[in-house]
Design a binder for this molecule. Sequence first.
Ligand SMILES: [Zn+2]
Length: 484
Amino acid sequence: MNDLEKTQQKIETLRAEIERHNRLYYLDAASEITDREYDQLLQSLEKLETQFPEFSTPTSPTQRVGGAPLDRFDSARHAVPMMSLSNTYSKEEVTEFKRRIHKLIPAESFNYILEPKIDGVAISLRYENGDLVLAVTRGDGTTGDDVTSNVRTIPSIPLRLADLMPPAVLEVRGEIYMDIAGFASLNEQRQEAGLEPFANPRNACAGSLKLLDPREVAQRPLDAIFYATGQLDGVSFETHEQMLLSLKNYGLRSTPTYWLSEKIEEIIDRLDELENMRHEFPFEMDGGVIKVNERRLYEKLGYTAKSPRWAVAYKYEPEQAETTLHAISIQVGRTGVLTPVAELEPVQLAGTTVKRATLHNEDEIRRKGIKIGDRVILEKAGEIIPAIVKVLTEKRTGVELEFTMPTTCPACGSETEKRAGEVALRCINLQCPAQVKSWIAHYASRGAMDISGLGEALVIQLVDSGLVKNPAELYALKKSRCSG
Ligand SMILES: [Zn+2]
């Protein structure tokens, strides 16, 4: 082996090693190395690839965020049409689904398989000889948007399959979603930046995939789960379960849980069990998908104009609660953004007591027609953030009050301004005590410096007593206490 061949081998070993650590991190949640060690591996690879550009390839782990901004997305045709599932909302309809199947294939014995339904954005990935070559949105089912450069930035999606003998063509279909915790912090950032927050993780995910700059997409907490196939060449699967397990071996994330049974009654019982697990997933789950497990029966069962006859989606009711909006208070964030907050009659929603809900901004209050004193319907957006989704106008008594944003800051009395291109009002006073409090609280929080013992109550005390006017003074304070 000459030197060049040795270098090539070293590069390939590094790539395989990095991809292995990626899978351990994203698929198995079991890292063997620290982030720092991982970065060092990536840097060594980058260095070699710069030195030997002849060995660079678009599927290298260094090439996730290499794409230049696009002017628009090209459209791409699906090799196999991308259908959607028919939805049912009652268990009777699930039983009806079983009856239809038995009528079509009375002599066959088979199993049903149930898996969680992810509320995300449908996607089809195409791997040729193991390399990711295309990622297309569902579109109209025949043609979708080519979002390959955006999908490449999603860290849990392999650019190359983890298989030494990959099939000639493997098309996998699934859902891209935004991690619920990531959604919450993305909305918080947008709020602080005076931008319109996203209504729910699915909207945030769809909005992210439509961004034309992959570097921006890379900042969004996107992830994916796969549960179906499109075109296959050089590989086949006997059952749905076998396919799910194989996807894992390829390094593709598949459903975190599923149930198998030959009895539809048992699957129906499991639907309740799955609904109880609703808050355990990192994605928003809005139902369960029931499929015939034996893939050989798919052609026999066939398709309607829009959906396969061998699968059905059962949708759960959204978790809602009715309560009274007593008042709207104003919160001043660390960048001075004034956020209206709904003060509610405490109510149980999805296992927690909800007393407050964000209203985001004045436009949103207008759009939803919210008045103080209204009876309202709450829903959890992204399962964690309660939001008012509806006003029960029929329950109004005439004492409800119109809300207007204050023209001055409620914390310091300073003027407020609306910057061009923003929806939010801001307090213009940099010494505003409310801003200083949020700034210090943010600084001391877990996401930032993680100063233990510096809770909200103490921050309020420190700022109100004039002891602290900015985060730097926290340290001065510590010193004077020690020496004094
Ligand atoms: Zn202020």
